[in-house]
Design a protein around this ligand. Structure first.
Ligand SMILES: Nc1ncnc2c1ncn2[C@@H]1O[C@H](COP(=O)(O)OP(=O)(O)OP(=O)(O)O)[C@@H](O)[C@H]1O
Length: 355
């Protein structure tokens, strides 16, 4: 958890200095006042990841040359600075040379937002990102192999775009893809097996019905990735892109044995999206023995009271929660959150609201 957060030239904030109690805070205000940007800054500080962009440069306040975020997640003083010279990372007064070394002892995050519905309805890429975000928080091997796989895939796809890709070069990249893709496949299979019962329990509790949810990992290759690549060589050359491997894996979601994207009702799909994120939080807590920080972006106002209460019941009481909302009326009906500190945001300025 975090007790202080400081921003410099981050999104709409020239500067910001927030003190937050262990329970967390509710951030309220009209649209476009900077609420989500604060959650985004926390996600970057803890995991070097923004759910909204892959390009760090877009996070710097317009007209500034870079941004800074500082805070103390889990009592470790951390700093993330980005400028034209690149990314500068520090933990406990020590510079960290790489993202990997910064993340090694980094904290844990669950991000929940309205866009989570895309996990159920959207393309497979969102479900792969969901698995990667959890896997990368739990395992250095996952993080390293997913990153090396991505780099080698980009290089192989560039080669395949050429008129006559050289076999030796293709084979060299495929060696890397096989080595790291096999690690990612093994860890994803384990991850899905661990998440499945947790998500099923959350689905049952939030819906209040017997709504059996199952998660299955569907790899986009046979068990032997090298063999699958060999078999796909002619097709890949024709299509000029890599078509087998973890970048095409699927996470199959079923309710009552039927594909959720096609057969589940909108309400069931919304519950399922919540269940996936709650399962993530539970798994992180189980594996690390301490709960993650929950960043809840504008979801409470949209939930009916029974789903809201079921969601609250599932969030660990001792976890820090950062909640954004445009209106506070629902808060009075949610006893667990009534005591949280409240801040009102107005064009990048923050005011305390008495409870
Ligand atoms: N790099 C940037 N520099 C300056 N301002 C930015 C930058 N990126 C985004 N903004 C602006 O920051 C403001 C706050 O955005 P943010 O998404 O945090 O608002 P919000 O309060 O969460 O809104 P909503 O309730 O609509 O989700 C917006 O006006 C946005 O246009």
């Amino acid at each position: 958890m975090l007790s202080t957060l400081r921003l410099l030239d981050f999104r709409c904030f020239p500067t910001l200095d927030l003190q937050v109690p262990p329970g967390g805070a509710v951030l309220t205000g009209d649209n476009a006042q900077g609420k989500t940007s604060i959650l985004e800054a926390i996600c970057l500080l803890v995991r070097l990841h923004s759910p909204r962009t892959h390009r760090m440069a877009t996070l710097a306040r317009f007209g500034s040359g870079g941004f800074g975020i500082a805070g103390d997640p889990w009592q470790s003083e951390r700093q993330v600075r980005h400028s034209r010279e690149g990314l500068f990372l520090k933990a406990d007064d020590e510079a960290r040379a790489s993202q990997s070394s910064y993340l090694e002892d980094g904290g844990l995050i669950v991000w929940m937002g309205n866009e989570d519905l895309d996990l159920v309805r959207g393309p497979g890429e969102g479900r792969r990102r969901y698995l990667d975000f959890i896997g990368s928080q739990l395992s250095t091997d996952y993080r390293r192999s997913a990153s090396r796989y991505r780099q080698a895939l980009r290089a192989k796809n560039l080669l395949l775009k050429q008129a006559r890709p050289r076999d030796a070069e293709l084979l060299a990249y495929e060696e890397i893809l096989v080595e790291h893709g096999t690690v990612v496949m093994r860890l994803r299979a384990q991850l899905v097996a661990d998440l499945s019962p947790l998500a099923a329990t959350a689905q049952r509790d939030i819906s209040g019905k017997d709504e059996p949810l199952t998660l299955h990992y569907l790899p986009a290759s046979g068990p032997d990735l090298r063999e699958s690549m060999l078999q796909a060589r002619e097709r890949e050359t024709r299509l000029r892109q890599a078509v087998v491997g973890p970048h095409r894996d699927e996470l199959d979601l079923r309710v009552h044995g039927m594909p959720a994207s096609q057969f589940a009702s909108e309400g069931q799909q919304r519950t399922l999206a919540l269940s996936l994120k709650l399962a993530q939080g539970q798994l992180l807590t189980l594996r690390r023995g301490a709960p993650p920080i929950y960043l809840l972006d504008d979801i409470f106002g949209e939930l009916d009271p029974s789903r809201r209460n079921a969601l609250m019941h599932h969030l660990p009481a001792n976890a820090q929660k950062w909640i954004t909302t445009t209106h506070l009326d629902w808060l009075e009906e949610t006893p667990e959150l009534r005591e949280l500190v409240r801040y009102r945001l107005d064009s990048g300025h923050v005011k305390d609201i008495p409870i």
